[in-house]
Design a protein around this ligand. Structure first.
Ligand code: AMP
Length: 446
């Protein structure tokens, strides 16, 4: 780890005398950065903003967390200030969450100059979106599938005036089989435009897309591939699989007051763990790919606004999300792909803060764990804990597990009888005080 470059440097900027102004950003946007408390440009911003301001295409090899959104948003906003025009820029991104996050940054940076953005993603009513497009926003942030849908079906909507195209997380866009949609989009937007392509990795598909869509691009790379941060304290605990829950509860209690992200391997397990923790009076909320769009955003917002301190997530949530205040990442289920370990623990120790990551290793996970140690080139210490103290929690945890299972089967029974059309995971069932939970509370009260 020592020889690897410090990720924090990327976020905070190491060259203190470099400012947004010295990179060529105009005062009104520098002020917007100040309002966001962006004191110095990050590494990707330092490297790509001057190139973008010269009017060149950019390939940025950088991950979420590096400040890459600012590195394309600032030059686009600056150009827009010089040439005010509707339907000016299109940002393509692989997921709905990322689209909303990018939009938030555009709006925050562009608030004083009256920027209008529209987020066009699946899972939201087409009609509402058509109305948003009819108002001709300056910037569209979209997932490729839904945007193509509008180009084909929304009367009067086209992208013929577009001046900027950004393909954000291009590797993921292509891995998610959006290749055809991207091809279609490239055919209907003007060739005379600036293009920025951002990707965490340069895959064959990304290289092909680059050849098809960029003109004499300049490459900037800050990707800290497979490295973790110095301010991140990483630990593991070695326990039998059946003791995972009780150890989780022990750690959550011990580190109470922090914000946690707990990773599970399946949607069902996130749901079960969230219910169990709720039964123990903890503010846990599940986030996974089977939740409806509204629930996913709702869960994230509750977590971001700190009304919930424990986010239980699958890997769907582990990449790309900008969750600023995770103090502790817990890998309750070890990641099957060791690279996911890096993405998961990358949720903590961001923006100059320190963070902890604790990985649960059971008798079944030893090989996977060794692969992680190999990847990060580091042997991790054991997380210090008193086995006796942990076991004192066993009875309460077993009871909470039992009730969680009952709640889950109560939900699926109701679903089976057609009383409720919800899928067991298509909701934050943990929010509802179900009959079973009421009984549990009563029992605890006795
Ligand atoms: P991104 O990689 O674009 O998703 O950005 C990750 C986080 O870093 C976001 O919360 C940004 O608001 C924040 N950020 C971006 N640029 C800076 C900066 N220059 N200084 C401090 N924070 C920043």
């Amino acid at each position: 780890m020592e020889e690897t470059q410090d990720h924090m440097e990327e976020i905070e900027g190491s060259e203190e005398n470099v400012t947004f102004k010295s990179l060529g950003i105009v005062d009104v946007l520098c002020e917007a950065c100040e309002l966001l408390k962006w004191k110095t440009p990050t590494k990707i911003q330092r490297e790509s903003i001057p190139i973008a301001l010269q009017g060149k295409d950019v390939i940025g090899l950088a991950e979420t967390g590096s400040g890459k959104t600012g590195s394309f948003a600032l030059p686009i906003l600056q150009s827009l200030l010089e040439n005010p025009q509707r339907l000016y820029a299109l940002i393509l991104t692989p997921t709905r969450e990322l689209a909303f996050q990018i939009s938030e940054q555009f709006e925050a940076l562009g608030s004083t100059i009256g920027i209008k953005c529209a987020v066009i993603v699946g899972g939201i009513d087409m009609m509402t979106q058509s109305l948003m497009l009819a108002k001709k926003p300056h910037v569209i942030i979209a997932t490729p599938g839904r945007l193509v849908d509008h180009l084909e079906n929304t009367k009067g909507f086209n992208l013929r005036s577009l001046k900027y195209l950004v393909m954000d997380e291009a590797d993921r866009i292509l891995n998610m089989d959006f290749e055809q949609e991207v091809d279609k989009l490239l055919k209907v937007i003007p060739r005379e435009r600036k293009t920025y392509l951002y990707s965490a990795t340069m895959t064959k598909k990304v290289a092909k897309l680059q050849r098809a869509s960029l003109k004499d691009p300049v490459k900037v790379e800050v990707s800290s591939k497979y490295q973790t941060v110095d301010k991140l304290m990483q630990y593991y605990i070695f326990i039998p699989a059946k003791h995972k829950d009780v150890n989780l509860v022990y750690i959550l209690n011990e580190l109470a007051g922090n914000s946690f992200m707990v990773f599970c391997s399946t949607c069902a397990n996130t749901q079960r763990v969230a219910l169990m923790l709720r039964n123990l009076g903890m503010t846990a909320i599940p986030l996974h790919g089977q939740l409806s769009q509204a629930k996913r955003l709702g869960a994230l917002n509750k977590f971001k606004s700190k009304t919930r301190s424990i986010l239980i997530a699958t890997d769907v949530a582990s990449r790309g999300l900008d969750i600023p205040h995770v103090d502790v990442v817990i890998n309750l289920d070890i990641p099957t792909h060791s690279k996911d370990y890096i993405h998961r623990v990358g949720r903590t120790a961001r923006a100059g803060r320190s963070g902890k990551a604790i990985t649960f290793v059971s008798q079944y996970d030893v090989e996977l764990y060794q692969r992680i140690e190999h990847l990060i080139a580091k042997k991790l210490p054991l997380y210090p804990r008193e086995d006796q103290e942990v076991m004192q929690l066993m009875e309460r945890v077993t009871e909470a597990q039992r009730f969680a299972r009952m709640e889950l089967s109560e939900t699926s029974n109701k679903k089976g009888k057609g009383k409720r059309s919800k899928r067991p995971d298509d909701e934050d069932d943990t929010e509802e005080s179900t009959g079973v939970r009421k009984k549990f509370k009563k029992k605890k009260g006795k």
